[in-house]
Design a protein. Structure first.
Length: 252
């Protein structure tokens, strides 16, 4: 009777795996000679990418060099990834355009995000930016993927942004939540104490709803306004809970 040898079995498995990996690498690498000229031609067609260099190994394209804005770094990687036989892209491009102090860049981005999607139900989005050494971290939530893309593109195309960490989430599609959003907007902006905020087209009181849970964000002028907004939000039928994150402006 032959005894089962676990050591021999393990070595055999490792050998087969190694052979498979070598075969896959060899298969991917056989297109390197055709990929490189495609990449070079693609880069030279766009004046924004003419300082970008590339190399190819086993179907993986490594991009180096520099661009002026962060969105261009994303665009060139996307362009290369679509080329025939490209297995992946290693994006080592530096963003070497205009630099700005973190505080100034934060202020610029917050203002842009505040007015983003103006007139497009933007009161149901809340996105903020923090900046350290030119690296932007985005947090918050948007109602739709379109709102998410809009906020991301706005930040990606801002001069001075070196990199972006996007922690913004998109609310799940829900007719139930949409009904609550509209009811919350009517309750809050229709209140006589808060109706003045409706004049601002950017809608300073933002209403974020997810699975029936309501969160209020933004800045109001008085403590009473924050309290009234919280009360009105809590009175909407269907809202499971209300988190009042409104801030009261500091008056000098």
């Amino acid at each position: 009777m032959k005894l089962f040898n676990p050591i021999f079995s393990s070595l055999l498995a490792v050998g087969l795996l190694s052979a498979t990996l070598v075969a896959e690498t060899s298969s991917a690498g056989r297109y390197d000679a055709s990929i490189q000229p495609q990449v070079t031609a693609s880069l030279t067609k766009d004046k924004h990418f003419q300082t970008v260099q590339s190399s190819v190994e086993d179907g993986i394209v490594t991009l180096t060099g520099s661009v002026d804005i962060y969105q261009q770094k994303l665009d060139v990687a996307k362009k290369v990834r679509r080329l025939a036989h490209v297995q992946g892209v290693r994006n080592l491009i530096a963003v070497a355009g205009t630099s700005a102090p973190d505080a100034d860049l934060t202020s610029t981005l917050d203002r842009k995000l505040y007015y983003d999607r103006l007139g497009q139900d933007n009161l149901f989005n809340f996105v903020t930016a923090s900046v350290k050494d030119g690296v932007v971290t985005l947090t918050g939530e948007t109602r739709t993927p379109t709102d998410f893309d809009s906020a991301a593109f706005l930040v990606n195309t801002t001069p001075g942004v070196k990199d972006v960490i996007n922690n913004v989430s998109v609310a799940p599609a829900s007719f139930f939540d949409d009904r609550i959003r509209l009811a919350e907007a009517r309750a809050i902006y229709g209140d006589p104490v808060l109706s003045g905020y409706a004049i601002d087209p950017a809608k300073p009181i933002r209403i974020v709803v997810e699975n029936g849970k309501v969160s209020l964000y933004g800045v109001v002028s008085r403590t009473m306004d924050k309290q009234v907004a919280g009360i009105r939000a809590s009175q909407v039928f269907g809202a499971f809970s209300v988190q009042n994150n409104l801030e009261v402006a500091k008056h000098s």
